[in-house]
Design a protein around this ligand. Structure first.
Ligand code: PLP
Length: 726
């Protein structure tokens, strides 16, 4: 146990009877326990919405009479006691999966490094899919009882808030977040000051303090360079995610990799397994080798020891997504590290050398791949692409023997499943279905859910989505500065009884948000069919420095704004985890149109499938494994193209044909005497039954344990180990 632990700030004045709400506000367990959220929302439902589901802010702002009222309400108090019993049971459980299945793991610690963590909309330290995966992984590690700590950054400004101008141009707004209003706790040293670690950057030391977030049983530590001891420019190092400034970026990654190891040491941890989630954290390799050299191992031995206990996950086949630095930058930032490792420049560059069209680079994934025993891609097809892409690191092996396995991504069921569906599954899948969420047999029982009950929840979720969108738009309109056409584009004309398709993702060109617009006349004809209309809801951000992505948003927005679209095409600003939840629970169909094979995995479609939304996607990433012919639809074929234009044309044609000839008629099929679309519901059940267990985060993390973490445990036992600093 770490000698330094954060104390839960005591800045709420709560009636003693409900005092523990403060503790709950600081443990994100509530984010995947929908009943627990009601402990807050019931006190003041309106405030709960206004402050965006942030319990820390909520408890600071809620009026005393409202708190007093619930302390006099017997039902609330019963509910409160019940929830805290289950919270305590969760936190103290000693019969977790990990304890039962892998007792040998219990004395070891897994340290998980990621540039971003998507845990909840109120903690804006994520940009997109990578972060949500890290967040879900951390939550599941808690559920399974793994000995696990996560480490990342506390971004004071987070990712940006997206605004779209009348002409469809994305503007980025940054807000400085107040730590007092977030579920983060400062870590203090023995003297009561902030615990601080440091790394060397050219000509100076840079300091970072640490914050802790309670994710159920797992601590997440966040580095924060915004401290007085740093020069102003360095204080901004951890202000924002994914800057395109190379100096800033390499500094951030030094702080994450090297500073992250030092932070764990300062906290008293001695991890047995080190997991780099994507290449951003790969500098931890250097710090760990340095540590072993310091206690007397020669370089080769040190590197082998580090390799044996490292695990690395690669997340993208797109070259721009793989971090690499020009060598002049490496000279500038890391030349003091070579001698510490006993290497000259050339030997050092060799740790991560990558030859690209314009010269040589220092590649973060190459550094990680060459210094990890466990390596994985995130879907079967991505595994194939990754083995090809990194074949040069194993030149004497054929492509299919490059040692990179695949573990397909999953999603954290409790986080993403609608509350009403959870209640329905509780009723028909057996009371402990969530404990066995990766068990295929459990999900066979989906067939027992009566059609009308499933359909009525699905309809409810769609009405809820439409009501939410309208209210959001009204609030935005009330604030002023908007043209009427922006109100239309934001979804006021949506109809809750029309077939609704969702498309929300990052606006990167390979995601082809404009594929569905390729033949606009044909699309307009489909969506405006008088008896069988269709609505499409778009959302998503582009990287603020990426003109290509912003132009794609503009292209979509201009189509949305046209009067010919009849208000049935919609673009929602500011896609985040909150909006994602509404969309993946509320629409009928989830569409994804990446240019194969660039998707790696994708996870939003998995969230949708879990909620009974049917996927309609290119056979790329997870859907290539999930699609079985009856649980959704495939756009295009399971083939590779050489010519992207041909590929776009074929995929677009397939998209329109299936939408027009299969999806729309099936949805509006003359309903039988009970008024239900029986065949549609059968597909919904098939989708839930097959995808629910297979793409659960539980299945995924268990695979990480069996195939990556446990193998990394074996060798290092008898060696001289670097110790924790305290
Ligand atoms: C799940 C999620 C993602 C990842 O979605 P993809 O399928 O990879 O597009 C991105 N952003 C948010 C807010 C999410 O919730």
């Amino acid at each position: 146990m770490a000698p330094f632990r954060a104390e839960i700030p005591n800045h709420f004045s709560l009636p003693r009877r409900i005092n523990r709400l403060g503790e709950l506000a600081y443990n994100l367990w509530w984010t995947w326990t929908p009943e627990a959220q009601r402990l807050f929302s019931r006190i003041d439902p309106q405030l709960w919405e206004t402050i965006y589901h942030n319990p820390v802010r909520f408890l600071r702002q809620v009026e005393r009479p409202k708190l007093n009222a619930v302390t006099n309400n017997r039902y609330y108090l019963d509910f409160y006691d019940r929830m805290f019993r289950s919270f305590d049971q969760y936190m103290q459980a000693e019969n977790t999966w990990s304890q039962k299945a892998h007792p040998q793991l219990q004395d070891n610690l897994i340290a998980y490094f990621s540039m971003e963590f998507g845990l909840h909309e109120t903690l804006p330290i994520y940009a997109g899919g990578l972060g949500v995966l890290s967040g879900d992984h951390t939550k599941e590690a808690s559920d399974l009882g793994l000995p696990f700590v996560s480490i990342g950054f506390f971004y004071t400004e987070g990712y940006f808030t997206q605004r779209i101008t009348e002409d469809g141009w994305q503007e980025a707004q940054y807000n400085v977040h107040q730590f007092e209003e977030l579920p983060v706790m400062p870590i203090l040293d023995a003297n009561g000051g902030p615990l601080v670690i440091s790394v060397d950057l050219p000509g100076r030391m840079v300091f970072a303090r640490l914050w802790e977030v309670h994710v159920g049983r797992v601590p997440l530590y966040l580095l924060d360079a915004n401290v007085d001891k740093n020069a102003p420019a360095d204080r901004a190092l951890t202000a924002r995610l994914y800057t395109s400034d190379l100096d800033m970026r390499v500094s951030q990654e030094i702080l994450l990799g090297i500073g992250g190891v030092r932070a764990l040491r300062a906290l008293g941890y001695n991890p047995a397994i080190w997991h780099m989630n994507e290449g951003h954290a790969a500098y931890l390799v250097l710090e760990r080798i340095r540590e072993f050299i310091e206690v007397g191992h020669p370089f080769e031995e040190a590197a082998n020891l580090v390799r044996a206990s490292n695990v690395f996950t690669t997340h993208t086949p797109v070259p721009a997504g793989n971090d690499e630095f020009p060598l002049w930058l490496v000279d500038k930032y890391l030349s003091q590290v070579w001698p510490q490792l006993g290497l000259d420049r050339d030997q050092f560059i060799n740790l991560a050398r990558h030859t690209v069209s314009w010269g040589e680079t220092f590649s973060m994934p190459a550094l990680a791949l060459q210094h990890s025993e466990g390596r994985n891609a995130v879907s079967e097809l991505h595994g194939r692409v990754a083995r090809k892409m990194w074949n040069y690191l194993w030149p004497d092996r054929p492509e299919n023997e490059v040692p990179i396995i695949h573990i397909t991504n999953g999603v954290h069921t409790g986080t993403w499943l609608a509350r009403r569906l959870r209640a329905l599954y509780d009723r028909y899948l057996g009371t402990d279905w969530l404990e066995n969420v990766d068990d295929l047999d459990v999900w066979e029982l989906v067939n027992n859910i009566p059609d009308e009950q499933l359909w009525s929840v699905r309809q409810h979720l769609k009405r809820k989505l439409v009501a939410y969108i309208r209210e959001r738009t009204r609030q935005r309109w009330l604030r002023g500065g908007w043209q009427p056409v922006q109100v239309v584009a934001s979804g006021v004309m949506l109809d809750p009884y029309t077939l609704t398709i969702g498309f929300a993702r990052r606006f990167a060109p390979y995601k082809r948000a404009n594929l569905v617009l390729r033949d606009l006349d044909r699309l307009l004809k489909i969506i405006n069919h008088p008896a069988m209309p269709v609505q499409i809801i778009f959302a998503g951000k582009s990287h603020p420095d990426h003109e290509g992505g912003k132009m794609l948003i503009q292209e979509v927005y201009r189509a949305v704004k046209r009067s010919e679209s009849g208000g049935r095409l919609v673009f929602l600003e500011d896609y985040d985890m909150n909006l994602a939840r509404y969309l993946i629970q509320g629409v009928d169909v989830w569409m994804n149109t990446p240019r194969r094979p660039n998707e790696a995995s994708g996870t939003s479609g998995e969230k949708a499938a879990l909620n009974g939304v049917l996927n309609f996607s290119v056979l790329d990433g997870w859907w290539r494994e999930g699609y079985n012919g009856q649980n959704g639809w495939a756009i295009g074929k399971d083939i590779d193209y050489d010519n992207p234009d041909q590929q776009d044309e074929a995929d677009a044609r397939s998209l329109y044909d299936i939408l027009e000839n299969e999806i729309v008629p099936l949805y509006y099929q003359l309903r039988s005497s009970d008024g239900l679309p029986g065949e549609w519901i059968a597909r919904v059940k098939e989708s839930i039954r097959t995808n629910g267990p297979q793409f659960s985060m539980r299945r995924m993390v268990k695979e990480y344990v069996d195939r990556l973490y446990l193998p990394a445990l074996q060798p290092v036992k008898q060696e001289k180990q670097p110790d924790a600093a305290v």
